[in-house]
Write a protein that binds this ligand. Structure first.
Ligand SMILES: Cc1ncc(COP(=O)(O)O)c(C=O)c1O
Length: 392
């Protein structure tokens, strides 16, 4: 079945008279079990398993192209960070981990903390430079972490080439697929060992739930991730799992709309920057021909270029802050992937590296009408120009 159909039809009760159309939510911390020595009880306790997880976990595995979602279903976690932490712990003790220089900053902070504790050693690499990453892999490496597009610089990694180079060097490959979603790219089918998601973003899609997922088709890695989840305890609540599945029902429609709008806004912003009509220094969007890895993105991202674009406002941090404050429709908040459009100056976070421009605003495009979003963006950018003009 096509992903659009799977998203709607999977994880529903069997077609039987009087059956509900949706699976119920199971609020239970423990499960009845006897005959412990037989094949009998599987669920045992709510930290190990909950029937409410089953639907979204199998659906996610099918979407990411896992051949046998029954044996290696996705694993829901209490947050994207809990899933990222489980995957980072796959690195061998004292092992070297290569991270993208512009990966999600929470990952960088966690990796630094694990390094300070002597758990791993961390090196950052420019994942747009395939030969530089390959050279870095010539020193013994336990794990290569990839994110494509990266947050917030929207860089594209050559996934097949980097996965092959890492495997040749004996390293595991984890890909954070949050920005692309499995509708746009499926890293496991390109050979990655593990995919992680902040389900909080596009998959759940309504900014009303915090949840994560880790996926692998390898039974041994699956067992390790599952063990990590059961022992560290970062499990999904039943209500959050239900909300994530409900959000996923409309994923294809939401992504179709938000990507089309993001592409159009990027085109207009780029044009306005070139003409000098608006105080925009630069626009990043993988779908723009001006993006440095546009051709790679076009070859690798099958369903579009994602729904996030970033603008560098001319005038730096102060001007960018004023643009965000002047927005009326775009919501000035962190995060991404919801139905509502969000805007944020990323360097307001201390953990964001200095290579991210001070005036960079990350725009997460939702499903509102493109003309309303463009009008609001223009008026906010013009308000800054007007207040900066002499005599005003
Ligand atoms: C790319 C990416 N990965 C992981 C995370 C962490 O996910 P969560 O906030 O659900 O813990 C985020 C959050 O912004 C993210 O953008």
């Amino acid at each position: 079945m096509h992903p659009e159909t799977l998203l709607v039809s999977a994880a529903r009760p069997a077609h039987e008279p009087d059956a509900p159309v949706n699976e119920p939510v199971h609020f239970s911390s423990t499960f009845i079990g006897w005959e412990p020595d037989t094949a009998g009880p599987r669920r045992i306790y709510g930290r190990m398993s909950n029937p409410t997880w089953d639907g979204p976990e199998r659906l996610l595995a099918a979407l990411e192209g896992i051949a046998d979602p029954e044996t290696t279903p996705g694993l829901l976690f209490s947050s994207g960070m809990a899933a990222l932490a489980a995957a980072l712990h796959l690195a061998s003790a004292g092992g070297r981990v290569l991270l993208p220089q512009h990966a999600y900053q929470g990952l960088g902070s966690l990796a630094q903390q694990m390094q300070a504790e002597g758990r791993i050693t961390v090196e950052s690499v420019d994942i747009t430079d395939t030969s530089a990453v390959s050279r870095a892999l010539s020193d013994p490496t336990s794990l290569l972490w990839l994110e494509s597009p990266t947050n917030p610089m929207l860089e594209i990694a050559d996934l097949p080439a980097l996965i092959e180079a890492a495997h040749a060097a004996g390293a595991l490959v984890v890909v954070d697929n949050t920005f692309a979603t499995p509708l746009v790219q499926r890293p496991l089918t390109l050979g990655a060992d593990v995919v992680v998601h902040s389900v909080t973003k596009y998959l759940a899609g309504h900014s009303d739930v915090v949840l994560g997922a880790a996926l692998t088709g390898d039974p041994e890695l699956h067992a390790r991730l599952l063990r990590h989840r059961s022992l560290h305890g970062g499990i999904a609540g039943p209500m959050e799992s239900f909300l994530a599945l409900r959000g996923m029902r409309t994923l294809a429609l939401r992504i179709e709309r938000s990507q089309a709008t993001a592409a159009e806004l990027a085109r207009r912003a780029h044009q306005s920057a070139a003409q000098g009509n608006l105080p925009i220094a630069q626009v990043w969007y993988p779908g723009l021909p001006s993006h440095p890895q546009h051709e790679l993105a076009a070859a690798q991202m099958s369903g579009g270029f994602g729904s996030v674009l970033t603008l560098e406002v001319a005038g730096g941090a102060e001007a960018a802050d004023r643009v965000v404050q002047a927005l009326r429709l775009w919501v000035p908040a962190t995060s991404l992937g919801g139905v509502e459009s969000l805007a944020e100056r990323r360097r307001r976070f201390g953990a964001e590296p200095e290579t991210v421009p001070e005036g960079l605003i990350r725009l997460s495009v939702g499903i509102e009408h493109v003309e309303d979003l463009w009008e609001d963006l223009q008026q906010a950018l013009r308000a800054v120009t007007a207040s900066a003009s002499p005599g005003r």
